[in-house]
Write a new protein. Structure first.
Length: 333
């Protein structure tokens, strides 16, 4: 049976959340992703436990993600970690620090282990590693010198020298790209191992770009990881200025093929944010949802619920039309 879900965020009143969950269930959804930001972890853990319990009471499979934690995962949340731990942030090849934690920093890794343990205690079924990436300047409207890259902090320098037997260069090379990819995979492996030890499943959502600037060039290395359960990507066509059905179909085939090869579940996310009210928008949402389902994916989600109506910075121009288009294309099973 197809898993059908949505992300759910910001609402921390259990009564309101229960009402929304009832509505999702009546609309045919059977899964939900709850965000668990640094703020949630610090102030709302008991509340989140109640919301997760309410989700399970309605027979939802519950995912939970580190929403913008350390600013190295996707999401519209702030990170207190990077403010309190500037020495754990990534360093540009120019020597300047940037506002994002480093995957190789031991303090950040320990912080994420603690996040995993606290998230586990809240009670989800799956931890969702959402768009893990090295610092992407354009996401922050941050101008950096041409050719600069991350990360060249002391932790990265030590690791690079141990692996390559030479000092880390200041210029970007094939070895640097390889190191960045290996470091990200190492981080995910450590996080997923801890998650599996805690009795939860792991889902990793890769950005839909097979390049070193946005995550991984070789997705098969991740698919082969023994701790991975669900391989995911989010081909948000409007974000990447691509044609909806073709873009969705390509990445659906990518995750479905790898999932079949490595005995994983496959998942695709449909864009439900920052869409204008052009007459073609609703058609594109329908086409994207159908392309994912027709491509044989095991699970389809929309980011986010009600087409992000409550989050004004990224809300769709006509959220009801976008949300209804997604729901209408889901099979009734």
């Amino acid at each position: 049976m197809l898993e059908k879900g949505t992300s759910y965020f910001s609402v921390r009143d259990v009564k309101h959340a229960e009402s929304d969950l009832d509505r999702f269930r009546e609309s045919g959804l059977n899964a939900v992703l709850h965000t668990f930001s640094e703020r949630d972890r610090q102030y709302y853990t008991d509340t989140m436990s109640e919301i997760v319990d309410a989700s399970h009471d309605r027979d939802f499979t519950v995912y939970m993600n580190p929403w913008s934690v350390g600013q190295v995962f996707g999401g519209e949340a702030l990170s207190e970690f990077i403010g309190h731990n500037p020495e754990s942030c990534q360093v540009l090849s120019t020597g300047d620090r940037v506002p994002a934690a480093c995957f190789n920093d031991p303090v950040f890794r320990e912080y994420m282990f603690e996040w995993i343990d606290d998230a586990t205690a809240v009670g989800p079924d799956v931890l969702f590693w959402d768009e893990p990436h090295w610092y992407i300047p354009e996401w922050f409207d941050h101008e950096v010198p041409d050719g600069s890259w991350t990360c060249r902090c002391e932790s990265c320098k030590r690791r690079y020298e141990a692996e390559y037997g030479e000092q880390m260069p200041a210029t970007r090379t094939e070895e640097i790209d390889e190191f960045r990819e290996d470091s990200l995979l190492s981080f995910l492996d450590a996080m997923m191992e801890r998650t599996a030890e805690n009795g939860l499943e792991n889902a990793v959502c890769l950005l839909p770009s097979e390049d070193a600037d946005h995550g991984l060039c070789d997705w098969e290395q991740l698919a082969a990881n023994e701790h991975l359960d669900v391989l995911v990507t989010d081909p948000y066509w409007d974000v990447f200025d691509e044609e909806s059905p073709e873009f969705i179909a390509y990445f659906t085939d990518t995750v479905v093929s790898l999932a079949e090869q490595y005995d994983l579940e496959s998942q695709i996310w449909i864009q439900g944010f920052r869409l204008d009210d052009d007459p073609e928008t609703v058609a594109e949402v329908r086409q994207a949802t159908r392309a994912a389902i027709d491509g044989g994916v095991d699970s389809v989600f929309m980011w986010g619920y009600d087409a992000c109506r409550s989050l004004s910075d990224i809300a769709c121009a006509d959220p009801d039309a976008v949300w209804d288009a997604y729901l209408d294309e889901l099979p009734a099973e």
